[in-house]
Design a protein around this ligand. Structure first.
Ligand SMILES: [Zn+2]
Length: 469
């Protein structure tokens, strides 16, 4: 199946000219050829479309995301991470396979609607991985799927009493990943399995060693939370001789295969080490603000040429999985409290983070640019919308004013997944309705776990009050 897109205006990211015009020939899921202007008559394709009036941009990547959280909108979100996570874990206990399946589809629709064509799903419910992956297959979005590994609870790390134990032996985890890689890795060229240690302080040495072993054995990438709060940073420095970053280094996990979400609280040496080891940092501006986790000095990271991609994190810390909101917040946040405006991020910087760097984190194949040989992950924006009022600096207009309403159609690897504002792979409206019908069941099912969370909350709050006094 081939497709010729005529009269295309498209963003070139790497080129001096911000928007180019021409025709794109799509073959076998790739951008086979770009013709400046009209192609010669001899070019034939199974289908030809006229893209006049559209701006075509590459699909973007949501590089840190938790799909299950789509079901937790409207739950507790006014607390700092250490207390907030007690509730998010509690709700997680009540989710069954069908809930997870629907959560993945709802998130995929949310992302595709704003031009996101790939994501990293850092996924905590190991018993539910099959239903999550089936939903990803159905949705047709690209996913790097990172089941979370954790064998140390936050209470244990903070030195608080524990009421439940985390169980799953290292051998069980090894078997789990072996099976998962065999059944799902590289399926349809859209699904990739990653190792997802929850965070360095939440994994024993043996669990981190397993991540390294499996990553080396199958050539899998690794994704983790890193130094998200000041409490984590300070407790990490007390617990590990070289802090959280050093702990990952000693486990042999600091390398170009690793992407680290948040990385807010780092000292100079740690920043240097991440740079030296070619780790990618995933910046999550909305979640960092909503949970009061802190200010990630992204401009400093950019100055040191550390690769940065962007993520939306969880729905229950206050964001929809909207690429434009994600990029805009990253841009705005870089300007807060920074008088050195030379360091402020510009629209083209955050666009590159979302499109190019994001794609590089989830796949080695060519994605995230409109260039010959790259995957045909294309987003069509209607320029006849309130976002665009002139031909000047279309990228700035898009980053600063777009909310997703102008996204008209999206293709992933040459397949239309969204056309004329309709999700094609599944019935989005039915998914929404099913989730709304299940909301009460999910909340009722979590009652016991929520009561436990309430009990734990008291000791975590006490810890908070005393930690910095
Ligand atoms: Zn997260």
């Amino acid at each position: 199946m081939s497709l010729l897109i005529k009269n295309a205006q498209f963003t070139a990211i790497d080129s001096e000219d911000e928007v180019l015009t021409g025709s794109l020939l799509i073959e076998k899921g790739k951008i086979a050829k770009i013709f400046p202007g009209e192609p010669a008559q001899i070019v034939t394709a199974d289908e030809t479309i006229d893209a006049s009036g559209k701006l075509i941009i590459p699909g973007m990547t949501n590089a840190h995301y938790h799909s299950y959280s789509n079901l937790l909108k409207g739950t507790t979100s006014n607390l700092p991470l250490e207390i907030w996570s007690l509730y998010t874990i509690a709700y997680g206990h009540s989710l069954d396979d069908e809930d997870i399946y629907l959560a993945v589809l709802l998130g995929a629709a949310d992302m595709i609607r704003s031009g996101i064509t790939g994501c990293i799903d850092h996924f905590p419910h190991l018993l539910r991985v099959e239903s999550a992956l089936k939903a990803y297959e159905k949705s047709k979005i690209n996913v790097a799927f990172a089941p979370m590994i954790q064998d140390i609870s936050d209470e244990e790390f903070l030195g608080l009493p524990q009421e439940n134990q985390l169980v799953r032996s290292i051998d069980e985890l090894r078997d789990f990943f072996t099976r998962l890689v065999k059944d799902w890795h590289l399926k349809n060229d859209k699904i990739r399995i990653m190792l997802g240690p929850n965070a360095p302080q939440r994994c024993s040495k043996a669990a981190l060693a397993l991540c390294r072993e499996v990553s080396n054995q199958y050539g899998l990438d690794v994704h983790t939370h890193l130094s998200e709060t000041k409490v984590q940073k300070d407790m990490g420095d007390r617990t590990f001789k070289r802090g959280l970053v050093g702990h990952l280094d000693e486990a042999g996990l600091l390398n170009s295969r690793l992407s680290a979400a948040h990385a807010i609280w780092l000292n100079e040496n740690e920043i240097d080490l991440l740079k030296e080891k070619e780790v990618t940092i995933i910046h999550n501006p909305a979640s960092n603000m909503m949970l009061g986790s802190g200010f990630a000095p992204v401009s400093q990271y950019v100055t040191r040429q550390i690769p940065i991609a962007l993520g939306t994190d969880a729905s229950n810390c206050g964001i929809s999985h909207n690429s434009f909101e994600m990029m805009r917040l990253a841009l705005m946040m870089s300007r807060v409290n920074n008088r050195n405006y030379q360091e402020w991020l510009e629209p083209k910087d955050v666009f590159k983070m979302a499109a190019v760097s994001g794609a590089e984190v989830i796949t080695e194949s060519k994605r995230g640019k409109i260039a010959e040989g790259y995957d045909a992950d294309l987003v069509f924006l209607d320029k006849n919308s309130k976002t665009f009022i002139s031909e000047e600096d279309s990228v700035s207009q898009m980053i600063l004013y777009e909310n997703g309403d102008s996204v008209d159609s999206v293709m992933i690897m040459g397949d239309w997944v969204y056309r004329d504002k309709k999700i094609l792979a599944f019935d989005e409206q039915q998914v929404i309705q099913q989730i709304q019908e299940k909301a009460e069941k999910i909340r009722n099912g979590a009652k016991g776990a929520l009561a436990l969370a309430e009990r734990k909350r008291r000791s975590v709050e006490k810890f908070y009050q005393h930690f910095y006094n």
